[in-house]
Write a protein that binds this ligand. Structure first.
Ligand code: CP
Ligand code: NVA
Length: 357
């Protein structure tokens, strides 16, 4: 997605949240006649989305299944022991067959090539629900969370709006007022630090955050750096100019408005556990690390979950800096917007006078 499209998708996620929440939690929302009349578009009515998970999932599964329901569709969960894929059938044949009976495929796979193969042969849209290389829907939830909490960053650096993408966002927020979408709170360019393993979540941060005007500071042990195919994409998009990458976690958190990490042992890497625990010593996110490293005193914390204490201690994870649970909730609304766009009927370019990249 281009930068304006990302902003529009986030605004649409917020709209999905705002119209679904009063309906889901009537006791906490005063239902006026107007809000009662609003409900999510039934753009998946009579449609089935195959939710193909060859790995475990809590958030992505919940987000997809519940949001398909809210859009009026049927989410068909297909776990790794439910279908022939990977045992008796190839991704190519599976894509053709599932795509023949459903309107979209949301797939969590092992190797990234598997999702490429599904996308190549599927007659319906295929959306990546996590692969060895990328986790795109996670980053949308992270961004929505940051926008929703933009007031926490607002006063920290008032002169930081020198980035052209920041202006693009302000313009697109204004033009959106005419449309039936929520207004996305403005977010100033941030310094986002990532301490830990270079895995799928970080890879999507690398190709997204710099385009939105945010700077990334990453620390990982040398042998855990982004693979060449990810780095190629980073350079193609010109994101490398806003990325600092080193080995020292303290240097990485210098000036951080947000600190992010992920598990040191991603799904499928269990056999490397002992080695990884040893290699990542010193990379745990703690108050001390961020204080000594010179993070912004008001820094916030994000993590895609599931989380282990190895990579972040309880004080940070359950403390007031942590945005992890709003971030997890936002998986639902961003996934809903993604389905509405790629499988439903939401037109991301409607009412826009601006051409997209
Ligand atoms: N963040 C995330 O993708 O969580 P799950 O693996 O539980 O879906
Ligand atoms: N890097 C983690 C993310 C889990 C959401 C993994 O791939 O297991």
């Amino acid at each position: 997605l281009s930068v304006p499209q990302i902003h529009r998708l986030l605004a649409h996620s917020l709209y999905c949240k705002q119209i679904s929440k009063p309906w889901l939690e009537p006791q906490t929302h005063k239902l006026t006649k107007k809000t009662q009349l609003r409900m999510p578009s039934q753009s998946l009515f009579n449609k089935t989305v195959a939710l193909l998970f060859s790995k475990r999932s809590t958030r992505t599964r919940l987000a997809s299944q519940t949001s398909v329901s809210l859009l009026g569709g049927n989410g068909l969960f297909l776990g790794k022991d439910d279908i022939q894929l990977g045992v008796n059938e190839t991704p190519r044949d599976t894509a053709r067959v599932i795509g023949g009976m459903t309107e979209g495929i949301f797939a969590r796979v092992g190797e990234h090539e598997e999702i490429e193969e599904l996308a190549k042969y599927s007659p319906v849209p295929v959306i990546n629900a996590l692969s060895s290389l990328w986790h795109p829907t996670q980053i949308l939830a992270d961004l929505l969370t940051l926008h929703e909490h933009s007031h926490l960053f607002a006063q920290l650096d008032p002169k930081a709006d020198t980035n052209p993408n920041y202006k693009t966002m302000q313009t697109s927020v204004k033009s959106r007022k005419r449309e039936k979408v929520a207004s996305l709170p403005e977010l100033r360019p941030l310094t986002v630090s990532y301490v830990g393993d270079s895995a799928n979540v970080l890879h999507d941060m690398l190709v997204t955050y710099p385009r939105l005007g945010h700077s990334l500071r990453v620390a990982s042990p040398p042998k855990y750096r982004a693979p060449p195919e990810v780095w190629r994409r980073v350079e193609e998009l010109g994101c490398d100019k806003r990325i600092w990458w080193g080995e020292d976690p303290k240097e990485a958190v210098k000036g951080a408005d947000v600190v992010v990490t992920d598990t040191w042992i991603s799904m499928g890497q269990e056999a490397e556990k002992a080695q990884r625990l040893q290699d990542f010593q010193g990379y745990q996110v703690t108050e001390t690390l961020c204080r000594e490293g010179g993070a912004n005193p008001n820094w916030k914390f994000m993590h895609c979950l599931p989380r282990k204490q190895d990579e972040v201690d309880d004080e940070v994870f359950y403390g007031p800096r942590s945005l992890v649970f709003p971030e997890a909730d936002n998986r639902k609304w961003t996934t809903m917007a993604v389905f509405d766009l790629f499988i439903g009927r939401w037109d991301i370019s409607a009412d826009s006078s601006k051409p997209f990249e």
